[in-house]
Design a protein around this ligand. Sequence first.
Ligand code: XUL
Ligand code: CO
Length: 441
Amino acid sequence: MALIGNTEFYKGIGEIPFEGKESDNPLAFKYYNPEQVVAGKTMRDHLRFAVAYWHTFCGVGADPFGPGTQNFPWDNFSDPLDAAKAKADAAFEFITKMGFDYFCFHDFDLVREGSTFSESEKRLSSIVDYIKEKKAASGVKLLWGTANCFSHPRYMNGAATNPDFNVLARAGGQIKLALDATMALDGENYVFWGGREGYMSLLNTDMKRELDHMGRFLATARDYARKQGFKGTFFIEPKPMEPMKHQYDFDAATVVGFLHQYGLQDDFKLNLEVNHATLASHTMQHEMEVAAAHGMLGSIDANRGDYQNGWDTDQFPNNITEVTEAMLTFLKAGGLQGGGINFDAKIRRNSTDLDDVFHAHIGGADTFARALLIADKIITSSPYNELREKRYQSFDSGKGKEYELGKLDMTDLYEIAKSNGELELQSGKQELFENIVNQYI
Ligand code: XUL
Ligand code: CO
């Protein structure tokens, strides 16, 4: 296939430059200036943007009411390996033009699944060899790999939590290959999103047994990868529902508890996704605070949902207030542990021009870059930190300090309560905090 390796897919669009917020060029960054230093690090190193292979090069926009609307030229190759190579060419062209450093994939985003396990294994190993070359030529790196153990009908009752052991073993075989592919491509992390690890009905489900199976499965995967020399972090990506009615990795707090229960806390951290947070009735900032409080703020899947219909719409981020609040937590936590910001987001079904996917990623990157700048300003130049600390100042000395040090018992608290009498109200000053954020935006 002469076309492979030589075709320009995104014709007429060059590398996206940084031009600053005064620029009218829609194909330029207004805030994301990769080499600009903020809070002691370049934006590039803080944000570590990644492109999601599945949405950007595989997702054609099909919905329950109609077929896809994207005509990807690489889908026109009948030979699966030719199609996969052309797709990789397009992917590396796009990522390079965006000036991003990373991509993320599921095994069968890279190449169509074969009709047998062995056929899939062969296809994967061929495309991994091809992508190795693309990586070396472009300098683009792999933020994380994962396996799609949720689309094929065999996984309709789950993968690691399937009541049929043979399905669990099949998932194990598939994930071994996905781990091998991730390691062969020097992947920095590996993600487990429990797509169908959960239940539709408790009537037919032994929850405790399924949770035990999932804990053992993750430990087995970890042990295999560590034995092969994998040094990266494993991430669990929480999501409360969809496709299952209830998913076991419901939210950050649930996953932290699970990881400790099954002895996985030293190897696993969290990959938090904005739209999954909102599905769980949380904000992204809440999920990040929970993860950070446990030293598990690993990585971010950036997108946004729709507050009117509540679906997992995976839109590109553009809500500056919400992302700023998340970046306050990000900076306070000292950034991400091993991960990056992966645009797990898709353009709308009716966004069908070649440049739409560029506008989408430019907007997402600018939103995060702008939020990072604002959050840094709020922390370094506004009364924000001081006001927060002031709320807790009664714990900085005296009895409050003794309490924090574990020196007071219930009778001590009783004596203090009795001698204090009724207390003066202390305002939470929420509106003032909100105004400070608004002022710095
Ligand atoms: C699904 C989702 C996945 C994971 C990877 O909602 O977010 O794409 O990020 O399997
Ligand atoms: Co995701």
